[in-house]
Design a protein around this ligand. Structure first.
Ligand code: TYM
Length: 337
């Protein structure tokens, strides 16, 4: 078999539109998605079904979903090269999730760190969906027989759960699912907040100064970087534990400028923190300039967005239906006439 005829590895990943995408979404996931679309068979979705574990107004939620798809395109994801779709447009996700629920142990779902953290943070809305969320995520991945799942550090445990569920199902019935593996970037796997550099930058956080959104206006981005928390050391060095603010800014700079962290340390040696923060802000603004122009253009072109959604959903649904039908046969559901 020649290399050209070899089947490309399948990639699956998603972002949930609970808010607008952030620098963290880009560094942890979207940057790798872009690189991978060149060589792999990629399925990237907007995980809208994952978003309703939190309360959002329907109007905001619809807007977030379309904004997210437009941002995928603006960043350079190409619907000719990869399959871009909205999760709820492919009903097989919910259907497979039910079967996988019956192959997931309560105890293993209960161990999920995100579930524990989110339940603690929002105790008045610990819904069953929040608990079951990693199983839906397993369904997303396994439907496409994805081998690789590019995600940030916080999703590693969920991908490992998907692998365990797949292994259990394969053992119980017969080989059905490809076992997925997470792909975590060396640099940028966990971008932290600008105000709280010890915790993850999160799009659904209430402190908007902590978080830089990819669609933020340049002056807003600069203001947030200028206000970033640092330390009283006056030394630009990567030391995650003792200098979380500076280390986080170096990681952001490296992600958006393409300079390695050690090279950035050299570049900024002797510079004051105020100038350093300004330079980091500039690197992000510079990177986002063409992306934001494209984003505005795409958002105004509803016909194009609809076309991308429709083509993507049809393509995803065809692949998903093959896996779901295999699963239904294996578990013993009577085949419809
Ligand atoms: P979500 O929407 O929270 O985040 C989307 C992706 O961005 C990464 N990420 C980060 N990486 C580095 N630093 C940060 N501050 C940061 N914030 C977010 C996340 O790790 C993730 O890769 N459950 C998923 C969405 C999902 C999914 C899937 C992912 C649904 N189905 C199947 C992979 C496969 C989520 O909530 O990601």
């Amino acid at each position: 078999m020649t290399v050209e005829n070899e089947k490309k590895k399948v990639i699956f990943s998603a972002v949930k539109p609970t808010g607008a995408p952030t620098l963290g979404s880009y560094a942890g996931a979207l940057k790798n998605w872009l690189a991978m679309q060149e060589d792999y068979d990629c399925f990237y979705c907007v995980a809208d079904m994952h978003s309703i574990t939190v309360t959002l107004s329907a109007a905001d939620f619809r807007k977030n979903t379309l904004d997210m798809l437009a941002m995928y395109l603006a960043l350079g994801l190409n619907p000719e090269k990869c399959t871009l779709f909205i999760q709820s447009h492919v009903s097989a996700h919910a259907e497979l999730a039910w079967v996988l629920n019956c192959n997931t142990l309560f105890g293993e779902a209960r161990r999920m760190t995100q579930f524990k953290e989110k339940s603690k943070k929002n105790p008045e809305n610990v819904n069953v969906g929040l608990f079951d969320y990693p199983v839906l995520m397993a369904a997303d991945i396994l439907l496409y027989q994805a081998e690789l799942v590019p995600v940030g550090q916080d999703q590693k445990q969920h991908v490992e759960l998907a692998r365990n569920i797949a292994q259990r199902f394969n053992g119980r019935y017969s080989p059905t699912f490809v076992l997925p593996e997470p792909i975590i970037p060396k640099n940028g796997a966990k971008i932290c907040g600008l105000q709280n550099p010890k915790s993850k930058m999160s799009k659904s956080d209430d402190n908007h100064n902590d978080c830089v959104y990819l669609a933020d206006e340049p002056d807003v981005i600069m203001r947030k970087f200028k206000a970033a928390v640092t330390d009283s050391d006056a030394c630009i060095k990567f030391e995650r534990e003792s200098k979380p603010g500076i280390s986080n800014l170096l990681t952001v700079y490296s992600t958006f400028s393409g300079t390695s962290v050690p090279a950035a340390e050299k570049e900024f040696a002797g510079l004051g923190y105020a100038d350093f923060k300004k330079r980091v802000g500039e690197s992000v603004i510079e990177f986002l300039k063409p992306v934001q122009a494209e984003y505005k253009r795409i958002l105004a072109d509803k016909t194009y967005l609809n076309e991308v959604m429709k083509t993507g959903a049809e393509k995803a649904a065809r692949t998903a239906a093959r896996t779901l039908s295999k699963v239904y046969r294996k578990v013993g559901f009577v085949q419809p006439f």
